[in-house]
Design a protein around this ligand. Structure first.
Ligand SMILES: Nc1ncnc2c1ncn2[C@@H]1O[C@H](COP(=O)(O)OP(=O)(O)OP(=O)(O)O)[C@@H](O)[C@H]1O
Ligand SMILES: [Mg+2]
Length: 177
């Protein structure tokens, strides 16, 4: 077993896009109003790709694109409303107020927040958030590394859901071998 619900971090390197997308769908199945997911990783690593599979899982039909220029796009039509942030172009934390960041990430506010480039403003992120780092893997353009971490009840619930996916994949890979 590579993961379980009481650990506060998980790592997995999906070898292809199909496996990568399992993480977004697993999270979409369990997120609740007030949850916050912080996405970190280099330019083009796959943060928006993860957001897209997550949005599909929530039942959002409209195309999810990188909100780099708008900073925030809200999709109200899924099982839980999605507030998708991209903080790359912000010059400083005071600009977060312009997109209602603190109100939207407050755990009493309806909707789930997905925040690309959360690591640019670490002090502004809620304590009980799930952080996902997406990385490249040298020598394999279709593979990615994922590291998920978080402390607190909300993050723990999300980690547990993804742990099931990771365990299932590792079990089936052992069977195939
Ligand atoms: N397994 C994979 N999972 C996700 N994306 C992949 C995978 N393999 C290749 N890609 C490609 O990697 C790119 C990821 O781009 P994406 O916009 O999701 O990155 P990003 O981290 O949001 O970038 P930015 O920092 O510019 O916002 C896409 O071109 C996608 O097609
Ligand atoms: Mg992006």
């Amino acid at each position: 077993m590579i993961a379980n619900a009481i650990e506060d971090s998980l790592s997995w390197s999906p070898a292809n896009r199909a496996d990568f997308s399992l993480v977004g769908s697993a999270l979409a199945a369990v997120v609740q109003d007030g949850d916050v997911i912080c996405l970190e990783g280099e330019l083009g690593a796959g943060k928006t790709s993860l957001a897209q599979t997550f949005a599909l899982g929530l039942g959002i039909a409209s195309p999810v694109v990188s909100p780099t220029f708008n900073i925030l796009c809200t999709y109200p039509e899924g099982r839980v409303p999605l507030h998708h942030f991209d903080l790359y172009r912000l010059d400083g934390p005071e600009q977060l107020e312009d997109v209602d960041f603190w109100a939207l990430t407050d755990d009493g506010t309806p909707g789930v927040c997905l925040i690309e480039w959360a690591d640019l403003f670490p002090d502004e992120m809620p304590e009980d958030a799930l952080t996902i780092h997406v990385g490249y893997i040298e020598g394999n353009e279709e593979a990615r590394s994922l590291r998920l971490s978080g402390e607190g009840g909300r993050a723990g619930r999300l980690l547990a859901a993804v742990a099931e996916v990771f365990d299932g994949k590792s079990a089936s890979q052992e069977q195939d071998a």
